[in-house]
Design a protein around this ligand. Structure first.
Ligand code: SF4
Length: 125
């Protein structure tokens, strides 16, 4: 059994910032603390990884987790849906900047538009 998540990425990459603290508090309020999900023989060190379902977080993921898409996923966006705007690090930083309040309104609108257009392409396919 394998898992994409080879680390507790949210603990490695989350920033020491109030926005991240607030996100973590809401995540734990909705889904419980990481410790409350500990499994002895999980294929992933992340407590939020369920061996049967993958990540149990349907919302409130850290930017590093929310942004991640594997190479096969990115290739699929390109070849099947003609979507080229997605770039893992770009999305990761954009989410961080939104959370820390330094993303400009102009860039936010551009990102939002790209996501809406990409979603429409996938939905229409
Ligand atoms: S929170 Fe979810 S996506 Fe992030 S490392 Fe854990 S299992 Fe993976």
């Amino acid at each position: 059994m394998t898992a994409c998540c080879r680390d507790k990425y949210y603990t490695v990459f989350d920033l020491d910032h109030g926005g991240f603290d607030h996100l973590r508090q809401e995540r734990e309020r909705l889904y419980g603390t990481p410790e409350s999900h500990f499994k002895r023989h999980s294929p992933s060190p992340c407590e939020y990884h369920d061996p049967q379902r993958g990540c149990i977080l349907n919302s409130h993921k850290s930017p590093v987790c929310l942004a991640f898409l594997c190479r096969r996923g990115i290739d699929r966006l390109r070849t099947r849906f003609d979507i080229y705007f997605y770039d893992y690090l770009g999305i990761h930083y954009a989410l961080e900047w939104i959370l820390t309040g330094v993303f400009s309104d102009k860039d936010y609108l551009a990102l939002k538009t790209s996501i809406i257009e990409a979603t429409a392409k996938i939905t229409a396919a």
